[in-house]
Design a protein around this ligand. Structure first.
Ligand SMILES: O=C(O)c1cc(=O)[nH]c(=O)n1[C@@H]1O[C@H](COP(=O)(O)O)[C@@H](O)[C@H]1O
Length: 240
């Protein structure tokens, strides 16, 4: 039996180039045990109709297209995303306050089943030297804090950040402001291109709301068992 409760913390990142492989995994999963994330790769291959099919199976779907464009374009894009019935959509916080406010306004006008809106702060694949090459001398924690506060001021529901920043962020954002963290690696698993990583348990202990986990589950020999182990490792730490 899967560890299952009404507010699953794990969001499984479906990063596949093959619809059949993704569907095979989804068929093994239970909406009570995990949420699902559909990102740029699968959306580009399989499109909105496939997203709607996954939503129709009863899963909360995070449509991770990380919009980053002028306010008018992003407002229309999040409205389009909301029409698919997804649970969460995201933008890049570095698109700025006008872009984020336009996205919030568009979603507020999109009706009752408004998806949650989060903003990516600093990608979990970036280390200090990569950030320096983009922004010059700005410390990662400072940049994440700055974008977190900006995102909150603009009225979004939360941010995407690394769990390594969560303790500091929890001290400065509202209690209900969501912290969604990719870069989650159970002990012993490959980091791949992720740099700012944390284990599922340490992320939850740091005050994270949702864990985005792709390869440690999708590339495991037994994905279901991997998800089960992760859920078991955090079950005692979460409010059910
Ligand atoms: O917005 C995201 O979901 C995201 C933001 C970020 O900073 N880092 C990050 O890895 N992601 C996504 O989270 C997933 C992580 O996958 P794994 O590294 O395989 O666990 C990928 O689908 C990324 O696109």
């Amino acid at each position: 039996m899967l560890t299952a409760h009404s507010d699953p913390k794990v969001i499984v990142a479906l990063d596949f180039d093959d619809e059949a492989a993704a569907n095979e995994l989804i068929a093994k999963l239970d909406p009570k045990a995990c949420r699902l994330k559909i990102g740029k790769e699968m959306f580009t291959y399989y499109g909105p109709d496939w997203v709607k099919k996954v939503v129709a199976l009863g899963f909360d779907v995070f449509l991770d297209l990380k919009f980053h464009d002028i306010p008018n374009t992003v407002a229309k894009a999040v409205k389009a995303a909301a029409s698919l019935g997804v649970w969460m959509v995201n933008v890049h916080a570095s698109g700025g306050p006008e872009m984020m406010k336009a996205a919030v306004k568009a979603l507020n006008e999109s009706g009752e089943n408004r998806p949650l809106l989060t903003a990516v702060t600093v990608l979990t694949s970036m280390d200090q030297s990569q950030l320096d090459s983009v922004l010059g001398n700005r410390e990662i924690n400072e940049q994440v804090k700055r974008l977190a506060l900006l995102t909150q001021e603009c009225g979004l529901d939360g941010i995407v950040c690394s769990a390594q920043e969560a303790i500091t962020l929890r001290e400065i954002v509202n209690e209900k402001f969501l912290l969604v963290t990719p870069g989650i690696r159970p002990a012993g698993s490959e980091k791949g291109d992720q740099v700012r990583v944390a284990t599922p348990a340490s992320a939850i202990q740091s005050g994270v709301d949702y864990l985005v986990i792709g390869r440690p589950i999708t590339q495991a020999l037994d994905p279901l068992s991997s998800l089960k182990q992760i859920n078991a490792s955090i079950e005692h730490l979460t409010k059910i």
